[in-house]
Write a protein that binds this ligand. Structure first.
Ligand code: FAD
Length: 152
């Protein structure tokens, strides 16, 4: 019950609020959402819901030599989904792929669409940790109960 103060800093032993109040704790549960930098809305480039519109090669929509990728963008998922999700799994690979496409453009070589299906995701409910992996378009679930025993 600390509104309207923001979390200023989290250390291994405490949380400091923007009011200066310090709360001793070793456990912090973050439930806040995250969003792209608001500066995107002020840029003279196409954007939707605060994220830059690009094609699957990371060219900004309507441009020839402007590139964008990662969480700040809406990248079409050419593997069958609608959009690439804003996760590190995707952002890291987009970085490599974007570098390749920029170098290819400078050298006059063809560029490629970004294609990645995702490795899966962890989710936790009660005391069960589940790993969901998509293999060849099919979902496989792996579960670990609180004792660490696994099942599929
Ligand atoms: C709490 C949390 C947990 C997450 N857990 C996972 C996970 O388990 N697995 C997973 O795949 N993904 C996870 N993600 C998502 C993942 O962190 C992001 O998808 C990924 O970091 C996006 O990479 P990016 O390079 O696009 O953006 P960022 O990593 O956000 O990099 C953007 C960079 O730009 C810098 N920057 C911002 N503004 C400016 C400016 N004006 N001038 C210069 N530099 C600027 C920032 O400092 C930052 O270094 C998590 C995210 C959060 C917040």
């Amino acid at each position: 019950m600390t509104a309207p103060y923001h979390c200023h800093e989290i250390t291994p032993n405490q949380v400091e609020l923007s009011s200066g109040e310090q709360i001793s704790t070793r456990t912090v549960i973050c439930t806040g959402g995250n969003a792209p930098h608001p500066i995107i809305k002020d840029l003279a480039i196409p954007h939707d819901r605060g994220r830059i519109l690009v094609d699957a090669t990371f060219k900004v929509t309507g441009s020839t030599n402007l590139w964008a990728l990662g969480d700040a963008t809406l990248v079409p998922d050419v593997t069958g989904g609608e959009l690439c999700p804003p996760t590190a799994q995707y952002a890291i690979r987009q970085g490599w792929h974007g570098a390749h496409n920029i170098v290819a453009t400078l050298r006059g070589n063809p560029i490629r669409d970004f294609q990645f299906k995702g490795l899966g995701q962890w989710r936790q409910s009660k005391n069960i940790v589940e790993w969901q992996k998509i293999v060849d378009g099919k979902s496989q679930d792996f579960s670990l109960d609180s004792s660490g025993a696994g099942s599929t």
